[in-house]
Design a binder for this molecule. Structure first.
Ligand SMILES: Cc1ncc(COP(=O)(O)O)c(C=O)c1O
Length: 374
């Protein structure tokens, strides 16, 4: 099957670009002397996780327990669950921890620590627990200068059936940095706040085995990671229109596109409609704060050339695109195919059930399944 004939909409991963992204971030992690733990929520695919971990220590982060089971069944033995644990998931987390060498969870809540320890004790199990730190995103985590940032690690360390794994953060605010200088400042603050907290905890005789940070924008910007032991980024494996606009990568590094077909042509309005709507692309607004006209994706032809078009509006199965250039409009007939680079690859990928793998000669050479659900 080839791009001209495969059913649309379909998810296409450009193997060479993806491999290059994996290799360049692995090399960067080595140069910065940190262990790379890729966040596999971006793709939820065993083949891709193997490529990301082949030159690293093998650890991954997941965003759901479904992924934890899936990757455990695919031979991954060091997994951190990246969303705060709550009592509804204790039993399943303990079950996974029995199946693999190292399973870690995270929390920012004292009562959860107590309840989790009690549950682990009742089940005669032991679990690794990170404390989630908020370095400025204000989504989850305890702020590093607060009493809780010291009490929680102490509480976990003192728990009979929990092991304090270390401190962990995700600088989500890096996605709002609108200049390279601001991005570098976010990346340095993420590092410095975490390094300082680790030093202060150690000064209070609390062992901090892992100091874990990471996002794709901060990894692209940071110059030195002294004091940090682990870096977790995920989106870098595909990148996307948002990351390229932000400056984390070039547009040419983006490895994931949605193959779509033209299903309607409107000569009066110089407009085409493709069969990739919100369900195929996701409705993430991407870099709209930096590029008001970014729409829901950029449009390329099958040869990978940028047609300088945007998907302007989306309904469930339709994407609408204005094509002002007469020459381009004349090339796009009903049935013509385009590749759409969406705003946020993590969300786009998870709308689909599998990837089609495209090699450097433009041939589809493999099909890789995507784990779904929670
Ligand atoms: C806890 C955590 N760690 C790491 C990441 C990876 O960040 P990115 O996708 O920017 O590489 C995320 C992304 O949301 C996250 O939530």
């Amino acid at each position: 099957m080839q791009l001209e004939t495969i059913k649309t909409p379909s998810l296409i991963v450009d193997y060479q670009k993806m491999k290059r992204n994996a290799e360049s971030i692995s090399a960067r992690a080595k140069a910065l002397n940190v262990a790379l733990r890729p966040h596999v929520k971006t793709h939820r695919c065993a083949e891709i996780a193997r490529i990301q971990t082949e030159n690293n220590f093998g650890g991954i982060m997941v965003s759901t327990l479904s992924e934890a089971h899936f990757f455990a069944n695919n031979g991954f033995s060091d997994i951190t669950y990246g969303v705060g644990i709550e009592r509804g998931k204790f039993a399943e987390a303990l079950e996974i921890s029995r199946e693999i060498e190292r399973f870690s969870v995270l929390t920012d809540d004292a009562e959860t620590v107590q309840e989790l320890n009690q549950t682990a004790k009742n089940e005669n199990a032991k679990l690794n627990v990170f404390v989630k730190i908020d370095v400025g995103a204000h989504r989850c985590g305890v702020e590093p200068h607060t009493a809780e940032a010291f009490e929680l690690p102490r509480r976990i360390s003192d728990s009979s059936n929990l092991a304090f794994a270390g401190i962990l953060t995700h600088a989500g605010q890096s996605y709002h940095a609108d200049s390279p200088e601001k991005l570098l400042a976010v990346a340095r603050a993420e590092r410095d706040l975490m390094r300082r907290l680790a030093e202060e905890l150690r000064a209070k005789n609390i062992e901090v085995p892992v100091v874990s940070i990471g996002s794709t924008p901060t990894m692209s910007a940071i110059d030195n990671l002294q004091g940090i032991t682990e870096f977790r980024c995920g989106n870098y494996i595909f990148y996307d229109a948002f990351q390229a606009t932000l400056g984390s990568c070039r547009f040419d590094d983006c490895a994931l596109t949605v193959l779509a077909a033209v299903v309607h042509r409107d000569s009066t309005r110089q407009r085409i409609v493709v069969d990739a709507g919100a369900v195929a692309l996701s409705k993430d607004r991407g870099a709209v704060d930096f590029d008001a006209g970014c729409g829901y994706g950029r449009v390329y032809n099958l040869a990978g050339e940028d047609l300088n078009l945007r998907v302007e509006s989306l309904s469930q199965e339709h994407g609408e695109i204005t094509v002002s250039d007469e020459k381009v409009f004349n090339q796009l007939k009903v049935g013509s195919r385009v590749r759409i680079l969406a705003n946020h690859s993590c969300l786009t990928a998870l709308q689909h059930s599998h990837y089609h793998v495209l090699d450097e000669r433009g041939k589809l050479v493999d099909r890789w399944e995507i784990n779904r659900g929670w």
